[in-house]
Design a protein around this ligand. Sequence first.
Ligand SMILES: C[S@@+](CC[C@H](N)C(=O)[O-])C[C@H]1O[C@@H](n2cnc3c(N)ncnc32)[C@H](O)[C@@H]1O
Length: 231
Amino acid sequence: MNADFAPGAIAASAMGKEKPYSEASERNRAPILAVLERWLGDCREVLEIGSGTGQHAVHFAARLPHLAWQPSDLPENLPGIRLWIDAAGLANLRAPLALDVNGGKWPEARYDAVFSANTAHIMSWPEVERMVARTAAALRPGSLFCLYGPFNYAGRFTSESNARFDASLRSRDPRMGIRDFEATDALARREGFVLMEDNAMPANNRLLVWRRAGGEERSATDRSAGEARRG
Ligand SMILES: C[S@@+](CC[C@H](N)C(=O)[O-])C[C@H]1O[C@@H](n2cnc3c(N)ncnc32)[C@H](O)[C@@H]1O
């Protein structure tokens, strides 16, 4: 869980040239990597959305040397991410991109996978919709979307600590909150993804893995739902 993560603190510490630090990232990076290692073996280019401090980017790039890791986040977080990248000195870790799911320019490149951790409950639901739609557009058919964080199932929290976390998020900003797995998966399906795995992770988190189907693999139901929603 990311209760220790404060974006303002990231910007402040980067200005002081002290690397921003998230204790949660240190705790969850090993279990996340164990899943990514199983899925990203054939990937060459991975885009991370909402890299935060940059700790995940450094850890995953160091342990997945066969691929290039592209971190990104809102502009205010890039100085902190750069501090981690500079200290790591990894050839396969790219300079962070300014990337806001709400707009602006996204990379022209097509990726083999997009990874994002602890972003869906920080973004508003319309922003989650944009993240999934733009992720679909940034991926080649057959590519992967890996989304880590807490999710509710059948309208219920999976733990008391998730219920408390959700309440604290909503008191900060009513647009934030733990997302429903079913709604998130339905959204992903409308954008042409097929759920491959729903991994239970420590601290009541999940790591969802979708594969982007080719146009011809999307079902007629999914296509008409997506078109109706856009219209
Ligand atoms: C809770 S932090 C997670 C950081 C990191 N992925 C981790 O797990 O430690 C949420 C991240 O989402 C980013 N974020 C929030 N709104 C965003 C948006 N509209 N577009 C892109 N990133 C966004 C924040 O800047 C922040 O870095």
